[in-house]
Design a protein around this ligand. Structure first.
Ligand code: ATP
Ligand code: MG
Length: 240
């Protein structure tokens, strides 16, 4: 579904993505882990073209990423993204946050968008908050609204960049549970996270990055019990 071939990207002299080859099948859950600065966020951001690439190719559903205009807006809708900071529209209600893209990009009518938004908000457990503003919600609730907002666009793939790392500990699980459910429902997902419990239970594959390269790719069982590279062994010894 998502194919990156020989992708390279620089920030000035920094070669932040080096010859990245990665194929994500429909329904697959790929967890990306690695040290700070290894290029995990940049990798995610290239997949919905928040960052351009210097060479190589990225395609979704067999089509190369569009460069601009309406096509790009549609791509961003097809590739849902959830960030560490919740990035909700502060001056819009929870309900409006989830209807806006449906109306603007997917051309849904308001009534249908609201019905769908309420169903999605119920699904992630924040249906009762629909008429509040983001600042009136806890971090865990805001992040679940952000997930509902992305899902409202019927994305082909969902990208999560450390979705729980800005949350207080007691709110982490409520967000991870929504993500677990999404994985069980067959959503194609790329998840950058330090939550190794999630990686073990939800991932089909773990991708370990260091210094802009994919150093290892394996099933979670294999990766956690038997990491092959010194970089991965070193990383795991620090976090587990
Ligand atoms: P973390 O675990 O800390 O989130 P990461 O693996 O997500 O790290 P990236 O955010 O992808 O790493 O950053 C990779 C490298 O690229 C870092 O050295 C970072 O400083 C650099 N970098 C990221 N964004 C930019 C930018 N817009 N301009 C210049 N350098 C950048
Ligand atoms: Mg990052």
């Amino acid at each position: 579904l998502v194919v990156l071939s020989n992708v390279n990207k620089h920030f000035g002299a920094l070669h932040v993505l080096q010859d990245i080859d990665l194929t994500i099948a429909r329904g697959e859950v790929v967890v990306v882990i690695g040290p700070s600065g290894s290029g995990k966020s940049t990798l995610c951001r290239t997949i919905n073209r928040l960052e351009t690439i210097d060479s190589g190719a990225i395609s979704i559903d067999g089509k190369p990423l569009p460069h601009e205009g309406k096509e790009l807006a549609r791509l961003r809708a097809d590739v849902g993204m959830v960030f560490q900071s919740f990035n909700l529209f502060a001056h819009k209600t929870v309900l409006e946050n989830v209807t806006l893209g449906q109306i603007k990009v997917r051309k849904a009518d308001k009534k249908a968008a609201e019905t769908k938004a309420r169903a999605l908000l119920d699904r992630v457990g924040v249906g009762a908050q629909a008429d509040k503003y983001p600042a009136q919600l806890s971090g865990g609730q805001q992040q679940r609204v952000a997930i509902a907002r992305a899902l409202a666009m019927d994305p082909k793939v969902m990208l999560f960049d450390e979705p729980t790392s800005a949350l207080d500990p007691e709110m982490i699980n409520e967000v991870l549970e929504v993500m677990q459910q999404l994985a069980r429902d067959g959503m194609t997902m790329v998840v950058v996270t330090h939550e190794m419990g999630f990686a073990r239970s939800a991932a089909n594959r773990v991708v370990f990055m260091a210094d802009g390269k994919i150093v290892e790719e394996a099933s979670p069982e294999e990766f956690f019990s038997n990491p092959r590279s010194d970089r991965a062994k070193d990383f795991l010894s620090k976090i587990l």
